[in-house]
Design a protein around this ligand. Structure first.
Ligand code: ADP
Length: 760
């Protein structure tokens, strides 16, 4: 008994009330039922305080009522026969009341305790709990339910459930049936409804999920219902986040899959965990072949630990280059240039659990980079060589000018000293030859590079070609006093080629041998038959060539000694020309040398013309000054020096020469003079050489006149143009004396001595 004082007080009060009531009823009842009101007091005492106060009330009440209301009143005397039955009846009745009362009290206390336990349980549950009675009125709300619904327990209790627990469908916004009411009605457990939103007391909405179960008493009667629900705002948010994450992940996955870059995920241990479609394209392995393998699968042996090192440094928090160009290996074993980006993959705690690698195939980029680099380098080199070449060219052109002007001065002041004049002439001849060679070489190289050099191929004797080459170089050979040995095969060897160009090729080699050998050196020109080829070697005891230069010696403008103050003249074109000319004749040339100071050898191999020569070739016209008859010649050139010097030369060889300085004069003079030969410049004032030629040809007297173009333009197209204009020949300035004599010798002899026809 928790509150005994209160219980005994109530018992005492009930006893007093019972006695008073009996006393009040006494006039009505008299001696009848003297103990009747005590039963109520005993019942009250047992209900409030249990059997102890009830026994006390029953005992004390009996004594008091016996004294007051049982005959003889005012005494406690017990008449055995009169009072025994009444006492027994009283005791039995009190015992029954106390028994029932005590049982009810215990049952009620137990029910109370159970309810309290339930309430404590409900209160400690994380979910919201609402209980109702059988009529659907609220009997209880736990604290969570209070906070979710916004209703306090004391406000809610007694309210119909619909008032406190208002729910709608989240999507349709329509009220939905309350699960508790169905549980009450049907006595079944009603599960969760999806998308349920609770309208709280202040009108805000909260997504919940809920379920309801009927409360049944011992007899199975539905005495109420318990409704359990929870606020799922957070869960919904989490679900939404998950859905968003999932959508993002799917999007990322599709981006990764459709990426043109290989994207690979590896674990910390370097195991490949994912492999996109592009990775297959770049490295050749399918995802099935690659996933689960170690990343060394695509690492070249010499870079085996490259990525491990990057990963280790990332994990150690050390700075690292995560983007670099490197090489990987494809499934077919081919190396592949890639641009690689490595990024760490971290878990939620920030710990590195692996790495993602994005690899881009940069083979093509690399190639074009290298190509561009090679081009940007080649251009620089070309530019450098151009500058060097221009400097060399200027130097080479200036070189002969000093001796030329000196020689002129000497001639002016020689005062009839024939020896001096002869020496000066020799010097001038050498220098002019040198300059002509320079310009010719330049033009020839340009023609060959532009594939414009035309060979006039014919059957030609090797001996003639070599003889001509030796002849070309004779002045230099003589001045350097070399000992030159020439060995030719005993039998005649014929080539199919351009005699002029073949001689040029050999004269370049001889010229170099003379040039790059100290005076009084030894030069050997040997030629021998080797199978269907003839091999010609030009060997010297000269300065030799460093081994490193040998492979490049035939390249344009290549010179071992590039110093402008080098002792030898030249533009670095001679060997280029020789090589190209030899190759145009299906031959080969190679350079040999044991190194500086140990001489050089150039070996030319040319195919021999197999067919037998048809008898003897008539010898070419011999050039002899005395054999040339006197001619009437018109020289036309607007450059007076050029015109007059040529006139002098021609007059010195016994010809009659007239001069004209423009195209109109030329036509007039031709008509007046009727010359055997007109040497006509092309670039003339008033009327150019072509038109002047045409006009002359239009005249009856000009039809058979020999007209030769004399010009600085020597390309094939220039020759064609002059031929079209009606010229008989095309000579390139400066015309050598020999060529001039050859031309005169080739003029028809019947012209000689023919009287000049004057028009009109
Ligand atoms: P150039 O003689 O005008 O410089 P070439 O093309 O004829 O040009 O020769 C290129 C270079 O090769 C020369 O500058 C010289 O350094 C080297 N060379 C050519 N022939 C010989 C040789 N017989 N002996 C030594 N060096 C030579």
């Amino acid at each position: 008994m928790r509150r005994p004082v209160a219980a005994y007080s109530v018992a005492l009060a009930a006893l007093v009330a019972a006695v008073l009531l009996r006393w009040l009823l006494d006039p009505v009842l008299g001696d009848f039922l003297p103990l009747v009101t005590l039963f109520a007091a005993v019942a009250a005492a047992v209900w409030v305080g249990g059997y102890r106060p009830a026994l006390l009330v029953a005992t004390v009440g009996y004594l008091v009522c016996d004294y007051l209301f049982v005959e003889p009143r005012g005494s406690l005397a017990f008449h055995f026969t009169r009072n025994l039955v009444g006492l027994i009846a009283y005791i039995v009745t009190c015992a029954i009341i106390i028994g029932i009362g005590e049982a009810m009290r215990v049952a009620q206390r137990r029910a109370q305790e159970r309810w309290e336990t339930l309430q404590v349980t409900f209160a400690s549950i994380g979910d919201a709990v609402i209980t109702t009675d059988a009529g659907g009125r609220i009997t209880y709300l736990n604290p969570v339910a209070e906070s979710v619904t916004g209703w306090r327990q004391d406000e809610a209790v007694g309210q119909p459930l619909d008032v406190v627990f208002r729910i709608i469908n989240e999507q349709t916004r329509q009220p939905v049936e309350n699960p508790a009411l169905r549980a009450l009605r049907e006595g079944v457990i009603v599960g969760l409804a999806n998308h349920t939103t609770l309208i709280t007391k202040d009108g805000t909405e909260q997504p919940i999920d809920d379920s309801a179960a009927p409360i049944q008493d011992e007899r199975g009667q539905v005495s109420g219902c318990v409704l359990i629900f929870r606020d799922i705002t957070e869960r919904k948010q989490a679900e939404q986040q998950n859905a968003e994450r999932l959508a993002t992940a799917r999007l990322l996955a599709s981006i990764v899959e459709s990426s043109e870059d290989a994207i690979i995920r590896i674990s910390r241990a370097g195991t490949i965990e994912s492999w996109n479609a592009a990775a297959q394209g770049v490295f050749g392995y399918t995802a099935e072949q690659a996933v689960g393998r170690h990343i060394s699968l695509i690492l070249p042996a010499d870079r085996a630990d490259e990525e491990d090192q990057v990963l280790a440094r990332l994990q150690a928090g050390e700075p690292v280059v995560t983007h670099f160009h490197t090489v990987r290996i494809r499934s077919d074993g081919q190396p592949i240039d890639v641009s690689l980006t490595i990024s760490p993959i971290r878990d939620e705690t920030g710990e590195i659990i692996g790495a993602s690698k994005i690899a881009r195939d940069i083979t093509e980029e690399k190639k074009s980079e290298q190509h561009i680099y090679r081009l940007m380098t080649e251009l620089q080199e070309a530019d450098r060589r151009k500058d060097e070449f221009l400097a060399t060219l200027a130097h080479e052109l200036r070189g002969p000018l000093a001796p030329l002007s000196n020689a002129l001065e000497i001639m002016k002041r020689a005062d009839g000293n024939d020896d001096l004049i002869q020496q000066a002439c020799n010097t001038m001849e050498r220098q002019v030859v040198q300059m002509v060679r320079l310009v010719d070489d330049l033009l020839d190289v340009s023609r060959i590079t532009h594939h414009k050099l035309e060979l006039r191929k014919e059957r030609v004797a090797l001996a003639d070609v070599i003889g001509q080459a030796l002849e070309i170089c004779r002045p230099l050979a003589e001045s350097s006093e070399h000992e030159v040995s020439v060995t030719l095969p005993p039998e005649s060897i014929y080539l199919y080629g351009d005699p002029v160009r073949l001689s040029q090729a050999f004269s370049n080699l001889l010229n170099n041998a003379y040039k790059y050998t100290e005076p009084r050196g030894r030069i050997w020109l040997t030629s021998e038959r080797q199978g269907s080829d003839v091999v010609v070697s030009v060997k010297d005891t000269g300065i030799g060539i460093p081994p490193g230069m040998l492979p490049r010696i035939f390249e344009m403008f290549t010179q071992v000694d590039r110093a402008l103050e080098r002792p030898h003249s030249g533009l670095g074109l001679g060997l280029t020309l020789t090589k190209q000319l030899v190759e145009l004749h299906q031959g080969r040339v190679e350079a040999l040398s044991d190194g500086p100071g140990r001489g050089s050898e150039f070996v030319v191999r040319l195919p021999i013309l197999v067919e037998k020569p048809e008898g003897h070739r008539p010898p070419g016209p011999t050039v002899s000054e005395h054999a040339t008859p006197t001619r009437r010649i018109l020289v036309v050139d607007d450059n007076k020096d050029s015109a007059e010097s040529l006139a002098m030369l021609l007059r010195m060889t016994g010809n009659e020469v007239q001069l004209a300085y423009d195209g109109l004069q030329a036509v007039e003079a031709a008509e007046k003079l009727r010359p055997d030969l007109v040497l006509l410049d092309i670039g003339l004032p008033k009327l150019n050489g072509y038109d002047a030629c045409r006009r002359i040809r239009e005249q009856r007297w000009g039809k058979d006149m020999v007209l030769v173009a004399l010009t600085g333009w020597g390309q094939e197209k220039d020759r064609h143009k002059s031929k079209d204009a009606g010229f008989d020949g095309h000579m390139i300035k400066p015309v050598s004396y020999t060529d001039l004599m050859k031309l005169l010798a080739s003029l028809p002899s019947e012209l000689v001595g023919q009287p000049t026809e004057h028009g009109g």
